[in-house]
Design a protein around this ligand. Structure first.
Ligand code: UDP
Ligand code: MG
Length: 326
């Protein structure tokens, strides 16, 4: 695609089994994008859905030619799907949006206008109100962002998720990072290009159920921490030092008790020491393992996703809808 024919705006939407929400998404998104009066593309990244998402997307594309379908060969996760979409988007500006309409597409033109008038590279969608999220979600999000600010030292906005608009320069910069499992909500603030904010109210899911169970949230948090900081390894060092001093104290105690000829009582303290040291060692080993595992993964250099189909590459071919596995 040449620069002249590139759309002004790409809207990347990762989706995994979003059959319930797709019709609503189309109804809300299309008028907004048509209303901008700019050439645009909608990059729908089908993250290996096993429901009717793929078939529906093919149908939508027939009546809405600006929709581009990228299908990943298997479910690779939200961030990998986002990566695939961002890497392949053609637009001068690339917005990312969740399929479930928790982020209002109506804010995209505002983001685009702000980026253009102020010459910004990044416009974050910032949640002014999270009342629609569950208590657990809000608490875990607050803990996540607190941890990220402390560990990663990146000025992450507590209420900015993956709803944002990026300039071509920003997308290209992100593409050049060697990151294996990019966590964009940390990487984008880290590259530190001029940025602005648009605040919005986070709605409830328009339809369907969350595709982010606790296991995926924990994985995101683990990726975020190990991607951005070696601080946990340092925790192991500190724990080791503290336990070393504790052992010195214990040694003093042991010598005193021995001198007073009361050694038989000692089993409790011996047991406590052994248990404590065992725990510290295991913890440290576990932390080393976390980083080693990630080093191993990046040494293997496996891609985070596999493209099965991109409608922009072969417009004639249609994807075969996946068979239901369950
Ligand atoms: N998603 C995805 N692959 C996954 C899980 C989620 O592409 O493995 C998409 C999902 O379809 C949605 C977005 O990522 O568009 C955010 O997921 P969800 O709304 O379920 O997360 P929550 O808002 O509950 O954190
Ligand atoms: Mg959601």
């Amino acid at each position: 695609m040449t620069v002249e024919s590139a759309p002004v705006l790409s809207v990347v939407i990762p989706m995994f089994n979003e059959e319930e929400v797709l019709p609503i998404l189309v109804d809300r998104l299309r008028p907004v994008l048509e209303g901008t009066g700019e050439p645009y593309e909608v990059v729908a990244v089908d993250d290996g859905s096993t429901d009717s998402t793929a078939a529906q997307l093919a149908g939508i594309r027939r009546i809405w030619p600006q929709v581009r379908i990228i299908r990943l060969r298997r479910n690779s996760g939200h961030q990998a799907a986002l990566t695939a979409g961002m890497h392949r988007a053609f637009g001068q500006y690339v917005a990312s949006l969740d399929a479930d309409l928790q982020d209002p597409p109506e804010k995209i033109p505002e983001m685009l206008a702000l980026a253009r008038t102020e010459g910004l590279d990044i416009v974050y969608g910032v949640r002014g109100d999270r009342r629609s999220d569950t208590m657990i979600k809000r608490r875990s999000a607050a803990a996540y962002y607190w941890l990220m600010r402390r560990l990663a030292g990146v000025q992450v906005h507590s209420h900015a998720g993956d709803f944002r608009l990026l300039s071509r320069a920003t997308v290209d910069a992100l593409r050049q990072l060697p990151e294996h499992q990019p966590v964009y909500r940390l990487l984008v603030p880290w590259i530190g290009f001029p940025s602005g904010e648009v605040s919005y109210t986070r709605a409830g899911r328009a339809a369907g159920r969350t595709k982010y169970p606790l296991t995926k949230m924990v994985r995101l948090a683990a990726d975020s921490v190990t991607n951005f900081s070696a601080a946990p390894l340092r925790i192991a060092t500190w724990l080791g030092l503290i336990s070393f001093f504790f052992c010195l104290l214990m040694l003093g105690y042991v010598v005193v008790v021995f001198a007073l000829d009361k050694t038989v009582q000692g089993w409790a303290s011996v047991l406590a020491t052994v248990l404590f040291l065992g725990a510290v060692q295991l913890l440290s080993l576990g932390l080393l393992g976390e980083y080693l595992g990630r080093l191993y993964a990046s040494a293997q250099g496996r891609p985070a996703y596999f493209i099965g189909y991109d409608s922009a590459e072969e417009p004639a071919a249609m994807p075969t809808p996946p068979r239901r596995t369950a």
